[in-house]
Design a protein around this ligand. Structure first.
Ligand code: AHR
Length: 357
């Protein structure tokens, strides 16, 4: 085909696509005025952490009536059976889209097949499902949890080296998230990999379910069982709050001088203003950011699908590392360089505003 003819054809197709999108936008505006909205069934996994609250808020704000949506929100209360029930109800209600934040990775094939047979696209948000059939979901948007873990541990390695602390002096315990969740699998793998690779002693790993209460309980156990521990790798900030409480109640100090009795805390999320303040106060040495603002991201995906545009199968959010001082300026993971943000009042205020707390 002649080049010019091909160009005209491509331009024509783009115009048709834009017209279709414009038509859709107009129809959303009309729907907003009392006609049909896009109905989205969102199965949220629970309300275990500050991160989760920020995520729910972001989703509810994005899927408002003003934005052209009718949101049906279901809280799974940490139970996969509740989430499966919610999806079946969404199918019966003939929603336009199902959005699922799965509590754990396995066991979704049957219900996702039911959604597929009903012709309802399923968008995964935050966490993944473990399936051999990737056609069962339309796409995923969320964090790369293993990368988060690798970045935080790469920071720890670089920091210890600069402070002249030998790997064999490092005795780490890991308070994990709820077992089987993508965030837990990725972050636990991060510390397991680092310990094996860098020669740290990984004393123990136990689930703290991403909550402050369980984080504290697990830390109390670790303190009694492993008096030599000097680093605690918590898989979210709420667990860190619990761990810090337990450490201080045991008469020990959180900090970075681990050769003189401090216990160093590493954490993930960076959503709560208190956690960011803890970094400034050197109670938490390092937080791997986990960004919860997925509402607009999922809405963009739905708008693309409405326009007939296929979104990427997997979209990972880019995230920062927050640290207490400037000893380490950047870290290298799998051949890529990541800059490190030193936490200050100014940065903390900006972040707290961004996350709405
Ligand atoms: O899946 C994201 C994780 O789940 C967040 O790190 C944690 O706080 C939440 O509960």
């Amino acid at each position: 085909m002649k080049k010019w003819l091909a160009c005209i054809l491509v331009a024509g197709l783009i115009c048709l696509g834009l017209l279709a999108c414009e038509k859709k936008e107009n129809s959303i505006q009309q729907e907003d005025q009392g006609e049909q909205l896009i109905t989205v069934g969102f199965s949220q996994l629970g309300a275990e952490s500050d991160w989760r609250s920020a995520n729910t808020k972001s989703m509810k704000e994005a899927f408002s009536k003003e934005n052209g949506y009718n949101l049906i929100f279901e809280d799974g209360q940490q139970k996969q059976s509740n989430q499966i029930m919610a999806i079946r109800t969404f199918i019966q209600q003939e929603v336009d889209y199902i959005v699922l934040a799965p509590v754990t990775e396995t066991g979704w094939d049957t219900v996702l097949q039911e959604a597929k047979e009903a012709g309802i696209p399923v968008i995964l948000v935050d966490r993944m499902v473990d399936t051999d059939n990737e056609d069962l979901f339309t796409c995923f948007v969320g964090s790369d949890f293993e990368l988060e873990g690798k970045k935080a541990t790469a920071w720890l390695k670089a920091y210890l080296e600069k402070k002249g602390i030998a790997p064999e002096e490092v005795n780490v315990v890991n308070i994990q998230g709820n077992l089987g969740a993508t965030a837990q699998i990725g972050r636990s793998e991060g510390i397991r990999y680092a310990a094996a690779e860098y020669g740290w002693n990984l004393l123990d790993q136990k689930p703290g379910d991403f909550t402050q209460a369980k984080g504290k309980e697990v830390m109390e156990y670790f303190l009694k069982r492993y008096p030599e521990l000097n680093v605690v790798y918590c898989e979210n900030d709420n667990e860190s709050f619990g761990a810090i409480e337990a450490i201080e109640e045991a008469g020990k100090k959180v900090g970075t001088d681990i050769q003189n009795g401090d216990i160093m805390v590493l954490s993930f999320d960076g959503v709560n203003g208190e956690a960011l303040q803890y970094v400034i106060d050197q109670k938490i040495a390092c937080i791997g950011e986990c960004n919860p603002l997925h509402g607009p991201r999922v809405s963009d995906i739905i708008q693309s699908l409405e326009c007939g545009i296929k979104p990427p199968k997997l979209s990972f959010v880019s995230e920062e590392i927050y640290v207490h001082d400037q000893t380490v300026k950047s870290v290298s993971v799998d051949g890529k360089e990541y800059s490190v943000t030193t936490m200050t009042e100014e940065v903390a205020n900006k972040k707290a505003e961004q996350f709405g707390n």
